[in-house]
Design a protein around this ligand. Structure first.
Ligand code: ARG
Length: 276
């Protein structure tokens, strides 16, 4: 570990948005079925469980107020991507979510961070992951379903960190954070088959020590996790992934998250890290 790395388990600050108005009213990914009922009360309860788990291990959670007309706003990871108080704003693929970006922008402007307005489609931390300890600070960026690869180039110019473009090929894993997770400042876990053969090779070359997930781990949203380098918060259905993480030396903290899976996301989708 180099000195740019945050120590494992150190307090972090996250942004979350309560699922008071969560619903599946449209289908923009293979997980969403507007015909299936959603228990919003249960979604709120499970989301509270996630928030309490994060604060219980010493992290700070800031809240973004939910909006009644934005049923996917609970997936706060998609609203922006920040490193060193510079915020790369999101521009959503689907019109149903477009207004979420404005709510996030207002939050960051109030915080006084530098907000860079997006010019290309990108879904924030859904498709961008930051590894401060990998090669002096590296951003992994997904494309293929949501984020425009031109946004990757602009992100590199904006944040002055190398951006590694990775092509996603399986519609079930339409965001990078459904297929790959940062476990600490330099280590990742991922499901290889979610990526093109060339991107798999890039990942093998950059991360020979990665934790490798299988299809059942990924389908259980086992990679959609939040790690502080020691504790790994992961949904309780992803038992195979929890075992692999424990074997790799991390401490899995399972949380029930069934309701929010109906929108096509799990714990990581509901959290954006504020990197100040
Ligand atoms: N229903 C949302 C969508 O399809 C889910 C977003 C999940 N977020 C994530 N970071 N993977 O846009």
């Amino acid at each position: 570990m180099t000195d740019v790395c945050a120590a494992a388990g150190q307090p972090r600050t996250y942004l979350m948005c309560p699922p008071e108005h969560f619903a599946v009213e449209y289908a923009i990914n293979p997980w969403m079925n507007p015909q299936l009922p959603v228990d919003t009360e249960l979604a709120v309860k499970q989301w509270e469980g996630l928030r309490e788990t994060l604060t219980g291990i010493g992290h700070q959670v800031r809240l973004l107020p939910a909006r009644v007309d934005l049923p996917d706003m609970v997936y706060a990871a998609n609203g922006a991507f920040s490193v060193d108080r510079t915020v790369f704003g999101a521009r959503f693929t689907y019109p149903q979510r477009a207004a979420e970006a404005i709510a996030h922008r207002e939050f960051y402007e109030e915080l006084g961070w530098r907000y860079v307005r997006p010019t290309e489609t990108n879904e924030g931390e859904g498709d961008f992951t930051y590894l401060p300890g990998a090669y002096g600070g590296t951003i992994l960026a997904g494309y293929g379903f949501r984020t425009d690869p031109d946004a990757h180039r602009r992100l590199q110019e904006t944040l002055s960190r190398p951006v590694v473009s990775l092509r996603l090929v399986d519609p079930h894993f339409y965001h990078l954070d459904t297929a790959l997770a940062a476990l600490d400042d330099e280590t990742v876990a991922y499901y290889p088959q979610a990526f093109s053969p060339a991107s798999q090779r890039v990942l093998r070359q950059l991360f020979p020590g990665a934790v490798i997930a299988d299809r059942s781990d990924a389908l259980a949203f086992g990679l959609n996790l939040i790690s502080d380098g020691r504790h790994v918060v992961v949904n309780s259905e992803a038992t195979g992934m929890a075992d692999k993480l424990a074997t790799a030396g991390y401490q899995p903290l399972p949380v029930e998250f069934t309701e929010l899976h109906k929108g096509g996301g799990s714990v990581k989708c509901c959290v954006a890290e504020l990197r100040g």
